[in-house]
Ligand binder design. Structure first.
Ligand SMILES: Nc1ncnc2c1ncn2[C@@H]1O[C@H](COP(=O)(O)OP(=O)(O)OP(=O)(O)O)[C@@H](O)[C@H]1O
Ligand SMILES: Cc1ncc(COP(=O)(O)O)c(N)n1
Length: 269
């Protein structure tokens, strides 16, 4: 039996809605064997982040080698990387082990405002990791930080995507979750040749903790199955839409999404 395999390099969310936990749940739901390199432990719940504890560098480097020396993930994603030092080690491993199907979710701040990437690490992300991306998936505030100017309209989002390609990414998805001015949540995909708008109705709910992690993990899982990028993004959009729509009602503030929903919906069809 051949099972598609994927790796996530990200932070742990003790509350289980974002980070490594969201990634592994998403891989599993999409029929992909998941592996992980944990960069940081966060003490976190639906009310916010209570603490961030980076894993010591030797532990991160060893996790990368333990996987790279033995296992062969077809697709790899990065989430919370926290520091320039961690970014550098991850970039080295990605090159050394030939992890070319690399999905970068440039996680910077949690929805509650806690810093998940140090300010001084943004340049390392741009210079060392971004050029290795098969696809990078910033939300609008993250894309603004990466290109260094504001993005207000869809046309400006297209220009930003084009600039991120010039900066070295092979493809870009700028996500529309944060742009509440439109009734549709529109994600702009650009592969350097054509633009695709991957969209779905905006769901009015405060329970969107971990949507970005879940979405980029679903893209990674679909790429691990050797789907093309547009198909992978479309499936990921359907996965995250179902996950938001069928929220679990867990926790007291910004609840997690429902990672079961996509598979359950397909099972009853
Ligand atoms: N309220 C919503 N209704 C429908 N789709 C949404 C909603 N919020 C986000 N999405 C979708 O979820 C996916 C993730 O987008 P989002 O902009 O939330 O990422 P993000 O800000 O990086 O997430 P996170 O805050 O978890 O890091 C995208 O496909 C986006 O269109
Ligand atoms: C470990 C970790 N990684 C990523 C996020 C971003 O998710 P969100 O913006 O939904 O809080 C998070 N909160 N925690």
């Amino acid at each position: 039996m051949h099972i598609p395999q994927a790796l996530t390099i990200a932070g742990s969310d003790s509350g289980g809605g974002a980070g490594i936990q969201a990634d592994l749940k998403t891989f599993q739901e999409l029929g992909v064997y998941g592996m992980s390199v944990i960069t940081a432990i966060t003490a976190q719940n639906t009310a916010g982040v209570q603490g961030v504890y980076p894993v010591e560098m030797a532990g991160i480097v060893q996790q990368l080698h333990s996987i790279g020396d033995d296992l062969q993930p077809v697709a790899v994603k990065t989430g919370m990387l926290f520091s320039a030092e961690i970014i550098r080690e991850v970039a080295q491993a990605v090159q050394a082990y030939g992890w070319t199907t690399l999905v970068i979710d440039p996680v910077m701040v949690a929805k509650g405002g806690s810093v998940l990437l140090q300010e001084q690490a943004v340049q390392a992300l741009i210079q060392e990791l971004l050029p290795l991306a098969a696809v990078i998936t910033p939300n609008v505030p993250e894309a603004e930080l990466l290109i260094g100017r504001p993005i207000r309209t869809l046309a400006e989002r297209e220009q930003a995507a084009s600039q991120l390609i010039d900066m070295g990414a092979r493809a870009v998805v700028i996500k529309g979750g944060h742009d509440t001015s439109t009734a549709q949540a529109i994600d702009v995909l650009y592969d350097g040749r054509s633009f695709h708008y991957v969209e779905g109705p905006r769901i009015h709910t405060p329970h969107t903790h971990g949507t970005g992690c879940t979405y980029s993990a679903a893209i990674t899982a679909e790429l691990a199955k050797h789907n093309d990028l547009l198909t992978a993004v479309q499936t990921a959009k359907a996965f995250v839409h179902a996950a938001i729509e069928d929220g679990l009602g867990i926790g007291s503030v910004h609840g997690p999404t429902n990672h079961f929903a996509y598979r359950q919906r397909r099972a009853v069809r």
